[in-house]
Design a protein around this ligand. Structure first.
Ligand code: SPD
Length: 318
């Protein structure tokens, strides 16, 4: 990553009853939300953690002063980063890992699949699941699924220590590449992810905004193409009003189907949904999907002209 801006805090971000999301990652702009009440302030070993009740978006989770989730729109990101790769797989996933994602929203989405046998989470900061369980019961419900095991640990080390080909899918639900998540955007981590996922499996990682971070996406996609040689690397997008520029995407990296990689069978095209759309999970009180459908899945890979041009040569399918 070329520049390394320092992380912020909720203290800097909340003034006169308004929160404004400022960061060198989106210079010259900042979404503002009216604060009704600050519900939680904490400083973990890794980051500044804050929860507040907003007037328009419900309860809001900030890490280092940056919005991670709000009651009103979190489903868009959590559904898309979970269901796009889950539905793109050629056979139903049985063993899945989430790196980061301590609010539990991605777990909730993965728990919708009856064929999944094990869901592991490697989250570095215990404060995030603790706070989520207390203030975001609808997101944290995923932690109650009996197939989920939460490991509070360094996600990189966890992946490095996982046996080769352990997982059908690994979702990297990281915050922005500033502070503790920076290493989750670097090549050694992706090499470890590639090792840990099975041939034909998928690594799906938070990949920032087309409007603000084309350079980051380009570098990330280029690096992933090297690491996932013989497989495929594609970018899918979703809309979300409280993330910078109202849009965020994910890189969907499919590992070559055969051990030989290049020259083996054709790479998996993640634009095609192959598994059934998941349903509700009444035993945990998880409702029907609110954003993802097979139609949305296919459309998510269609990029606007400027992004298509900007990412030319970096993606396998676009
Ligand atoms: N700019 C913020 C990007 C945050 C992405 N991760 C959010 C975690 C939600 N589970």
């Amino acid at each position: 990553m070329a520049s390394k801006p320092s992380p912020g805090s909720a203290d800097q971000a909340i003034n006169d009853g308004w929160y404004t999301e400022l960061s060198p990652m989106w210079p010259g702009q900042g979404l503002s939300l009216k604060v009704k009440e600050i519900l939680y302030r904490g400083k973990s070993d890794f980051q500044d953690v804050c929860v507040f009740e907003s007037e328009s978006m419900g309860t809001v989770l900030l890490l280092d002063g940056v919005i991670q989730a709000t009651d009103r729109d979190e489903f868009s990101y959590q559904e898309m980063i979970a269901h796009i790769p889950m539905c793109a797989l050629e056979r139903p996933a049985k063993k899945v890992l989430v790196v980061g994602g301590g609010d539990g929203g991605v777990l909730r989405e993965l728990a919708r699949y009856p064929d999944v046998e094990e869901i592991h989470m490697a989250e570095i900061d215990k404060m995030v699941p603790d706070v989520s369980k207390q203030y975001f019961p609808e997101m944290a419900v995923g932690f109650s699924d009996p197939r989920v095991t939460l490991h509070i640990c360094d996600g990189i080390k966890y992946v490095e220590d996982s046996p080769e080909h352990s997982y059908d899918l690994i979702v990297v639900d990281s915050s922005d590449p500033v502070g503790p998540a920076e290493v989750l955007f670097e090549k050694p981590f992706f090499e470890a992810l590639h090792r840990a996922v099975r041939p034909g499996g998928i690594v799906c990682t938070q990949a920032e905004s087309l409007w603000l971070h084309l350079d980051i996406i380009k570098a990330l996609a280029g690096m992933c193409k090297e690491v996932f040689a013989g497989g495929s690397v594609s970018y899918a997008t979703t809309t979300i009003p409280t993330y910078p520029s109202g849009q965020i995407g994910m890189l969907v990296c499919a590992k070559a189907r055969t051990e030989q990689g290049e020259g083996g069978s054709a790479p998996l095209d993640p634009r095609i949904p192959r598994q059934a759309e998941p349903g509700p999970l009444p035993q945990l009180g998880v409702p029907e999907l609110k954003y993802y459908s097979h139609e949305v899945h296919t459309a998510a890979f269609v990029l606007p002209v400027f992004a298509k041009k900007g990412l030319e040569g970096c993606l396998t399918f676009q």
